[in-house]
Design a protein. Structure first.
Length: 548
């Protein structure tokens, strides 16, 4: 175990209170010198350390990973030595938060998902990037193509502390709806028992009761990420602050939030909802699915049910469908992502402020956003994994596209479009590759069952965008920029509120809290934090953005 790993183990064992700990194996801080080898050669090499999530594959030594490294050395004109710290994806956010708390950061790292880096910036942990704009021509060019691109990566003071993941278009600008969360069902069981795939919450409830009659010892309903987001979407809210089309509101205060929890409580009280939904991991969900312990999922990642189907390979069919509607609110909003214009993804990437050769590393990072790197990372190697079609665009070779499981076959090469690999620094991809490479999904839209990649579904690809009844209001929210002080105020107010709401939400669903006490619950939130102040900050920022 290297020194970094030892330090992380100590941190996790409770030694976060210790001070003065640094990463000593990365070779990039001011005080570090090469530990071995020829000193002259070492001084000429580019060295830096990275922390990245992993699906358990060997990204650096895959065919594409090795080619990426070779091309980056050619671009930099020197030997490149990268100290990789891979953390399993399921543990990544928790462990990186420990690194942040102990200020034991690698030179480059992926931030935890949706993590607010304001406090890190205040404490001087992150390199401020806007001062290096002239060294980032590829990144700045990409941002220029994204709607409100610069506003979305800088704060109100014009400072930039993270790079953003790219998200190139998959569909034409005016049609084709990309959904990345769905509901899911054991289609073979539903079909064998003449049960309709639900389109409304009432139908969902009735289907769950029928499954319970067939399998009285099982819990028909589960959900991924311990999330009730499909129920919130059916009520046209989020359980957080969100843009409702006119202003920012706090979804927990809306009527739809209570309606969603009432429905979840009905499922729970009748032993239809798996009581372990708040603690289930991806692994336990998969095990239960394959064992026949659950049959309906309120929320799933859109490609996971097909993976279950291929893994089972025994007649079980896990099919995806839209979130069911609550007719009180109309068509359920879906988890729609922008697949129609250049955009920014969820991932955010930062450089620690103590990095030694900042300009060199920024040059290295910026090249990831070049057309050639995006193609290499996503499509692999021309002639081996893809060819150029008559239209001038890349397309995967037939041996990959025609494989029984294209993603599994693609893993042999290690490009981003395959199932588990994410070579390089995980920052870029060409989304068209996911459509070209897509494995078969099992879909039910408008009552029609199809075995087709979800991104090629005639129902989804034919929908107009962005104007259709499934598109949530927050897809068109303004690109607000918050000052450091505003971000700090929001964190101080909302962090305890969110913790409290999460705890109380589970109590309402399980029946440990009574809905008769709902007004008391709302009053407790108001006493705990000045949510109205937070909304005022958001809406003032929205007015600033809209006025531009």
């Amino acid at each position: 175990m290297n020194k970094w790993a030892n330090m992380l183990s100590l941190a996790m064992a409770g030694a976060l209170a210790m001070t003065g700990c640094t990463n000593s194996n990365i070779g990039t801080s001011e005080s570090e010198t090469p530990e071995s080898g020829n000193t002259e050669e070492a001084s000429e090499a580019m060295r830096f350390s990275v922390t990245l999530p992993s699906n358990g594959v060997d990204n650096p030594n895959s065919l594409v990973g090795e080619e990426w490294h070779k091309q980056m050395e050619a671009y930099m004109g020197k030997k490149v030595e990268i100290d990789y710290n891979y953390i399993p994806s399921s543990e990544y956010d928790e462990k990186v938060k420990l690194m942040i708390a102990s200020d034991d950061l690698t030179d480059f790292f992926v931030t935890p998902l949706f993590y607010d880096t304001t406090e890190m910036a205040e404490q001087g942990q992150l390199l401020e990037l806007s001062q290096y704009k002239e060294l980032m021509p590829n990144y700045m060019n990409y941002l220029s193509k994204v709607k409100n691109g610069m506003a979305r990566v800088t704060n109100a003071d014009g400072e930039m502390y993270t790079f953003k993941e790219t998200s190139t278009p998959r569909f034409p600008e005016d049609r084709g709806m990309l959904i990345q969360n769905t509901s899911a069902y054991r289609y073979d069981v539903f079909k064998a028992n003449n049960i309709r795939i639900p389109e409304t919450l009432d139908e969902f409830y009735e289907a769950a009761k029928k499954i319970k009659e067939l399998y009285p010892e099982k819990y028909p309903v589960a959900t991924r990420w311990n999330s009730l987001r499909s129920l919130f979407s059916a009520s046209h809210i989020r359980d957080d602050i969100f843009w409702n089309g006119e202003k920012y509101v706090y979804g927990v205060m809306e009527e739809g939030y209570k309606d969603a929890l009432l429905f979840a409580n009905k499922l729970y009280s009748e032993q239809l909802l798996d009581p372990e939904y708040t603690i289930d991991t991806d692994d336990t969900l998969k095990r239960k699915a394959l064992n026949g312990d659950n049959f309906m999922w309120l929320t799933q990642w859109f490609t996971t049910p097909a993976e279950y189907t291929r893994t089972a390979n025994d007649g079980k069919i896990f099919a995806v469908s839209l979130y069911p509607d609550n007719p009180k609110y109309g068509k359920a909003w879906q988890e729609v992502a922008n697949g129609n214009t250049p955009d920014l993804g969820w991932g955010a990437y930062a450089i620690r402020s103590k990095v030694k050769h900042a300009e060199e590393l920024i040059k290295f990072i910026d090249h990831q956003y070049s057309d050639e790197m995006i193609r290499l990372i996503t499509w692999g190697i021309e002639g081996t994994t893809y060819t150029i079609g008559e239209d001038g665009n890349p397309t995967f070779v037939d041996s990959l596209k025609n494989a029984e499981d294209p993603w599994l076959e693609g893993d042999k090469y290690g490009m981003r479009a395959s199932r588990n690999h994410n070579p390089g620094l995980q920052m870029v991809n060409d989304a068209r590759a996911f459509v070209d490479f897509a494995a078969t999904d099992y879909t039910v839209f408008n009552g029609k069952y199809e075995e087709i990649p979800i991104e090629k579904s005639p129902f989804l690809t034919g929908l107009p965008m962005p104007e259709n009844e499934y598109v949530p209001s927050w897809l068109s929210e303004p690109s607000i920029q918050l000052t450091k002080d505003e971000s700090q105020q929001i964190s101080e107010i909302m962090n305890p509120v969110k913790t409290f709401v999460t705890e109380e939400q589970a109590k309402f669903v399980s029946g440990k809290a009574s809905f008769d006490d709902w007004p008391t619950f709302i009053e407790q939130i108001k006493r705990m934090g000045d949510v109205e102040k937070v909304l005022e900050i958001y809406n003032n920022a929205a007015q600033r953005a809209l006025s531009k």
